[in-house]
Design a protein around this ligand. Structure first.
Ligand code: SF4
Length: 305
């Protein structure tokens, strides 16, 4: 196997979309005004222990102003409307239709990325996503974070792995692209646990994977555990884990993220997360030192760890 990704070393979503659309494609972070069943009491109260009060949507603003800003630097850029904050399929289907179609009606928008939970894809929502998938470029992002049931309980994810597996089957049957989020450094997890999550996700053949480190924000439950009962990963540990993971992921799977983007105002720890450039450089250096790249150690029949 050879490195077909040049200096990037992996199948980064940016160049992939440039090939598909013939120009740069930027994501516009949209806050659709949703909440989450794990915060409003339906599944849980307060949410996952790392969830911040904006549901990870700290960059969200309106479509026009984001396009205006981006066009100063990239006048020919196309855009995907990224419904990012909280759970973006958690509303009556008529409300979802109105929000998605309103974003798509913007002349600068060429597709949709919708972040949600696997337990928020009932049949009518899937039917809507399926319909939109025929009309536009669409992917659905699922926040899995880990396949380990004990960790899932510790982080208060509030759904079992079987729900994720079922959601992946439904999305795949509908021909809808899926992107799976995994977090490295969750409380109590070993490197073997994290790589087992990667292996499980690979088997489901998603369109894409997002990786990032766990960081602590002041407004999360994790802040109460830090530093007494939660110790974040060291930078070098994280870099090694990302490269280990990417080496196992087949080259066909697109990589949407390899570091976090913490909100500076509420950020608590670990401080290395704030220097994203240095983390990205460290990952590139590690690939170079190993003479390695995405998929180098991919094995369709990997023995369990
Ligand atoms: S599923 Fe997402 S939005 Fe909901 S509580 Fe967890 S992190 Fe927050």
């Amino acid at each position: 196997m050879e490195n077909i990704f040049g200096s990037k070393h992996f199948n980064a979503i940016g160049p992939y979309l440039k090939d598909v659309f013939g120009s740069r494609v930027a994501k516009l972070a949209i806050d659709g005004g949703f909440t989450c069943p794990n915060r409003d009491g339906t599944k849980g109260i307060g949410g996952c222990i790392y969830c911040s009060s904006d549901g990870s949507g700290h960059f969200a603003s309106d479509i026009d102003s984001q396009i205006r800003l981006l066009s100063e630097k990239w006048p020919d850029s196309k855009h995907l409307a990224y419904f990012q904050s909280f759970t973006n399929t958690y509303a009556p289907v008529a409300v979802l239709r109105e929000k998605y179609e309103s974003a798509l009606s913007h002349p600068g928008v060429c597709g949709l990325a919708i972040a949600t939970r696997p337990d928020c894809l009932p049949p009518d929502v899937l039917a809507l996503l399926s319909e939109l998938n025929q009309k536009t470029y669409l992917w659905v992002e699922l926040g899995l974070q880990t396949t380990n049931e004990k960790t899932a309980e510790a982080i208060n994810r509030a759904y079992p792995l079987s729900t994720f597996d079922e959601a992946m089957e439904k999305l795949s049957a509908a021909g809808i692209r899926s992107v799976v989020h995994l977090i490295f450094g969750l409380p109590g997890e070993t490197a073997a646990d994290m790589l087992a999550s990667v292996d499980h996700v690979i088997e489901k053949e998603p369109f894409g994977i997002k990786l990032h480190e766990l960081y602590v924000t002041k407004d999360s439950k994790l802040a109460e555990m830090y530093p007494k009962s939660y110790k974040p990963l060291e930078k070098k540990e994280y870099i090694n884990l990302v490269v280990d993971a990417l080496e196992r992921i087949p080259q066909t799977i697109t990589i949407h993220r390899i570091t976090g983007d913490p909100p500076k105002e509420t950020f608590l720890a670990p401080s290395w997360c704030l220097d994203k450039r240095s983390v990205l450089n460290g990952i590139q250096m590690e690939f170079k030192q190993r003479g390695s790249f995405q998929g180098k150690n991919y094995s369709p029949k990997r023995p369990s760890l």
